[in-house]
Design a protein around this ligand. Structure first.
Ligand code: MC0
Length: 151
């Protein structure tokens, strides 16, 4: 099998790193405490995102480097939240994986041209004012794949 990908127009420089993996949790404080007591990881950022129906905590090592992947703990705000539905159907656990991009518009165009379905026609607001979108899990090997361009 050939490894020659030069013929394919892949925007390598657009996708910077694994930003985070998201875990659906029923109790945010209990989950934060688990990562603190088990691994010494700390809560670097917490916010509520009404549109996404979540309260989230971004967990990582105390001395975080810019491209370190983090763990995003996601607790449902109410029973209509996608996280509440996920926990009802599958139980708590890995809900998403997120890639960081320098240009979500360019990456979205690239993906759409490849026939990959994005959930939103235009980016919405995510963690810390980032621009976010999601690839449908059916188009990403069964993984809900978030794309984020930090503010
Ligand atoms: C559903 N499916 C999943 C999945 N959720 N597969 C992998 N990972 C997931 N998280 C699969 C189901 O098993 C099903 O497959 C099919 O997708 C359709 O599922 P459904 O249950 O009928 O559909 P819904 O109503 O649950 O919607 C799924 C969808 C939704 C991905 C569209 O969860 C969504 O809109 N997610 C994006 C927003 C989000 O997740 N927000 C919370 C994080 P079968 O084979 O049974 O047909 S907010 C966030 O992350 C922000 C704050 C940030 O980081 O900045």
């Amino acid at each position: 099998m050939s490894n020659d990908i030069s013929a394919i127009d892949i925007p390598h420089e657009l996708v910077i790193c694994l930003d985070h993996v998201g875990i659906a949790v029923p109790d945010l404080d209990a989950a934060v405490e688990f990562y603190r007591s088990a691994f010494g990881w700390v809560n670097h950022h917490q916010e509520t995102n009404e549109e996404q129906g979540v309260t989230e905590a971004m967990i990582g090592p105390k001395h975080l480097k810019e491209t370190d992947g983090m763990i995003q703990l996601l607790a449902p705000l109410n029973e209509n939240s996608t996280i509440a539905k996920f926990i009802d159907k599958k139980g708590p656990g890995l809900q998403q994986m997120c890639l960081r991009t320098s240009d979500i518009e360019a990456l979205s165009k690239h993906l759409t041209e490849q026939g990959v379905r994005l959930l939103y026609p235009a980016p919405k607001v995510g963690t810390g004012g980032a621009k976010i979108n999601f690839v449908h899990p059916k188009d990403a090997g069964g993984v809900l794949l978030e794309l984020t361009q930090p503010a």
